[in-house]
Design a protein around this ligand. Structure first.
Ligand code: PEP
Length: 257
């Protein structure tokens, strides 16, 4: 973990969740109020349809809310899209951008991700910018260079300190039960921090860099106590409040426990 950084554990519900899932959000709020996340900041990113209802549940608690994507424009003729300003209006303080499922399924380029991240800055949101290599790229020894290109292209030129979070999510680790080695994660997170410092001078040292990809209660401590890992972006396991809080619960302990 980065010295002095407050860890962040964010749950990406993806396209999952009906109103009945609000009980999971409420259970997360209760667990966090009871100290179940230690010093970690907790953010839930439900589908857009549930943002306002989830915001009502999280209001007055220490659990934050995030969107899963936004449009680069503030408003206009963009049927089906949601702007960063709308997310903010619904109660969000974060937005996930450039998730590999959007890069692959919606052809989102680094340029598009940067435009969206710029919109998030404009709206006063914090952006969780996702980067990560495919299995083929890792096997070819290109993981660092691919992620370097993604970072250079996706991070906005002007970002107020603390408002950009990077999530390293190897595409091949998402939802597969596979994870990189601790050594590979440490190398990648150190690399990301150096690169961020080049793009946003002075911000690399304090920027939170999350790991995402098959984080589960059973491997959370092993993955999240690696140097330069400042929390997690959790997909599948975030759908269960119990599993999500078991992951966040590692921050109730000290590293050497
Ligand atoms: C994700 O999609 O951001 C993710 C990390 O998913 P999972 O935890 O299910 O691998």
């Amino acid at each position: 973990m980065t010295h002095g950084a407050r860890p962040l554990v964010a749950g990406n519900w993806k396209m999952n969740g009906l109103r009945e899932s609000l009980t999971e959000a409420a259970a997360i709020c209760e667990a966090v109020a009871a100290g179940g996340a230690g010093k970690a900041e907790i953010v839930v990113c439900p589908p857009a349809t549930m943002l306002m209802a989830t915001a009502r549940i999280c209001e007055g608690t220490k659990v934050g809310l995030g969107g899963q994507d936004c449009h680069a424009e503030a408003s206009g003729a963009f049927t089906g899209d949601i702007s960063a300003e709308m997310l903010k209006d619904a109660g969000a303080t974060y937005v996930i951008l450039g998730h590999s499922e959007r890069r692959a399924g919606h052809h989102e380029t680094d340029k598009i991700v940067r435009a969206k991240a710029t919109a998030a800055m404009r709206a006063g949101l914090a952006a969780i910018i996702c980067v990560g290599e495919t299995r083929a790229a890792r096997d070819a020894g290109d993981a660092l260079s691919i992620v370097g290109v993604q970072l250079a292209g996706s991070i906005p030129e002007i970002s107020p300190p603390g408002r950009i979070v990077v999530a390293y999510e190897p595409v091949w680790a998402i939802g597969t039960g596979l994870t990189p080695t601790r050594q590979d994660i440490a190398e990648m997170h150190g690399f990301i921090r150096d690169r961020v410092n080049q793009h946003l001078p002075g911000q690399g040292a304090s920027m939170r860099i999350l790991y995402g990809g098959s984080v589960r209660p059973a491997n959370a401590a092993e993955l999240l106590w690696i140097d330069d890992v400042d929390g997690a972006l959790v997909g599948g396991a975030s759908l269960s409040s119990a599993e999500f809080m078991a992951i966040a619960g590692i921050y109730t302990k000290s590293r050497k426990d």
